[in-house]
Design a binder for this molecule. Structure first.
Ligand code: ADE
Length: 255
């Protein structure tokens, strides 16, 4: 079972998120134990203050070190002077999260996710009590809460026994460094657009080949950076992509 503790000044944001959906199922099935903690519980003054003005001036407030470090120490635990949990601060300054990192995190036993707020977190918290900083993308949120939810969801869905069909994590976008191609369900025709014939052929080999070519075509078009080498797909991949693209257009037109 993966244990995740979240430290935030907005614990209420997590209630519906944890109660419903796949994350809720993971907890119900005993695959994950996720607890959300109010940082203010570790504040020591009457007003439960967790932030203060930055030294040297500047806009906004900075999160004070004492409540944060106390919370992390209480939750992460120590054994022989070593932290037992992996402590992650969600921050736009962090390393950008990708699927490979998500897979590594899913193999941990215990994560402590610290949601930063305001203009930042006192650097001593990071130096003393944080193992790594993670960003979920090159844009700035008001705080780490939404980013922590993204980490929780991306990680818990990989835990064995959480998703009904493990094959869907095998084939999905990024698993093999490719985006997923188009998917179709019934009806076979919708507003004059037919589902590509090959998907209805019952020929599993042909279907697999089609998905592969589509995945390469979509990746080349949208995220060439994911393809090997100099950013351009190998020649045979490019040819396959173009063929697949043509095929897709042809199939789409055929009604
Ligand atoms: N907090 C604010 N912006 C963030 C981002 N992009 N990723 C993670 N945490 C954040």
């Amino acid at each position: 079972m993966l244990r995740i503790d979240v430290v935030t000044i907005f614990p209420g944001l997590f209630e519906p998120f944890l109660g419903e959906s796949m994350v809720g199922i993971a907890c119900e099935r005993g695959k994950a134990r996720i607890e959300v903690h109010d940082l203010r519980d570790w504040a020591t003054d009457r007003h439960r203050t967790v932030d203060d003005a930055p030294y040297g001036g500047g806009p906004g407030m900075v999160m004070r070190p004492e409540p944060l470090v106390a919370a992390i120490e209480a939750l992460a635990g120590e054994q022989g002077g070593e932290r037992k949990a992996r402590v992650i601060l969600l921050s736009p300054r962090g390393r950008r999260l990708d699927q490979a990192r998500v897979e590594d995190l899913a193999r941990e036993e215990h994560l402590v996710l610290v949601c930063g707020r305001y203009e930042g977190v006192d650097q001593r918290v990071i130096d003393l009590a944080v193992d790594e900083e993670i960003s979920i993308g090159d844009y700035v949120l008001c705080g780490g809460e939404v980013a922590a939810m993204a980490v929780v969801e991306a990680v818990t869905r990989l835990l064995p026994g959480v998703l009904g069909n493990p094959e869907s994590t095998e084939r999905e976008s990024f698993r093999r460094g490719l985006l997923e191609g188009p998917q179709y369900t019934r009806p076979a025709e919708f507003r004059g657009r037919a589902v590509p014939e090959v998907l209805r052929s019952g020929d599993h080999g042909k279907v697999a080949g089609w998905h592969e070519r589509q995945a390469r075509a979509v990746t080349r078009e949208r995220r060439p950076d994911l393809l090997a080498g100099d950013g351009e797909p190998a020649t045979d991949e490019r040819e396959a992509s173009e063929r697949a693209e043509g095929e897709r257009k042809k199939e789409g037109e055929r009604t």
